[in-house]
Design a protein around this ligand. Structure first.
Ligand code: AMP
Ligand code: FE
Ligand code: FE
Ligand code: ZN
Length: 298
């Protein structure tokens, strides 16, 4: 039996969001929710930001939950959005920091443009959107959705995405995002482990035209197969790709607090796969929870 420095008996969930991006809970509250859900390890993977790591790490001892620092990078192939998870990157690696800062900056201008256009037809202002986000948070359509709901224009976040905020809804604006091969290389240079998030979701750009092979050639190390947005056909294709390319395989919830129906631990990652991530990483270390007292004494 391998010796793990994380609790291999309790479930592992490697994709969660806090209010540093579009989750609804603080990083410490996400850690507490993970403990309540019975998880032993989570990765905090806010969109385009490392800003939640410190607070989450501060909650490791109290919650007994091991923290894997991570990030979900917004990338695109053509006009299609592709999300890349980066685990255990060096948060001080400047080229990656600069790219994430550029994405966040562009997201802000993009959201202001969308709100200006929506504001021509509905009683919505930029201040209404700012009221829905923590200062410095990675701004996205979820914050505009929450503002629309707070103003009573739509019933909830999901309804906003189905109508006004849909990419064909008439108000959509794009933002800057690197090609995933660029992000994969940055994550590797930062000593991290790049894992493709929910490759079988929304338009499935990663599954078309040899894109997955291109990403693997660029240094992709893993694929998130257990995710509610991956359908059965794509899970099969991904399992085959993982087997033939020796990729790490993960499963995760993509928890957003009350911002999405996804429940912590609804998909999980096997301990041996997490160990592969840890072994491949040189950018930073997990924040291990103190070992649980052994039933048989020390
Ligand atoms: P953006 O990156 O600003 O274009 O917004 C996309 C983000 O919105 C994704 O990362 C999701 O977390 C979130 N999202 C997408 N669809 C929905 C939905 N139907 N309900 C709630 N959140 C969603
Ligand atoms: Fe999100
Ligand atoms: Fe995502
Ligand atoms: Zn996510």
């Amino acid at each position: 039996m391998p010796v793990y420095h994380f609790d291999a008996e309790r479930p592992i969930d490697l994709h969660t969001h806090s209010n540093i991006s579009d989750g609804t809970e603080s990083p410490a509250a996400v850690m507490r929710a993970a403990a309540t859900a019975g998880l032993g390890t989570i990765a905090l993977t806010d969109h385009d930001s490392f800003d939640g790591w410190e607070q989450a790490a501060g909650a490791v001892a109290e919650t007994g939950v091991t923290l894997i620092p991570g990030v979900e990078i917004s990338t695109q192939i053509g006009r299609a959005s592709v999300h890349l998870l980066g685990y255990l990157v060096d948060p001080n690696y400047e080229p990656l920091r600069d790219e994430l800062a550029a994405v966040r900056e562009s997201r802000l201008g993009r959201a202001e443009k969308m709100v200006a256009r929506i504001g021509a037809d509905y009683p919505l202002s930029w201040d209404d959107v700012l009221a829905q986000a923590e200062p410095g948070a990675t701004i996205g359509r979820p914050h505009i959705a929450d503002a629309l709901a707070a103003k009573g224009i739509v019933p909830d976040r999901s309804a906003a995405f189905d109508t006004i905020l849909h990419w064909r809804g008439g108000y959509y604006q794009p933002h800057h995002a690197p090609h995933p091969t660029t992000a994969i290389k940055l994550v590797r240079q930062a000593g991290g482990v790049p894992v493709l998030a929910h490759p079988g979701s929304r338009g499935r750009p990663a599954m078309r035209d040899g894109n997955l092979a291109e990403l693997i050639a660029a240094g992709l190390l893993g694929v998130e197969i257990g995710h509610r947005e991956n359908d059965d056909i794509n899970r099969g294709l991904l399992r085959y790709a993982a087997r033939t390319n020796d990729l790490i395989v993960t499963g995760s919830s993509d928890y957003h607090g009350t911002g999405k129906p996804n429940r912590l631990g609804e998909n999980t990652t096997e301990p041996d796969q997490l160990q592969r991530i840890i072994d491949a990483a040189t950018g930073c270390a997990p924040h291990y929870a103190p070992a649980a007292p052994s039933a048989f004494g020390a």
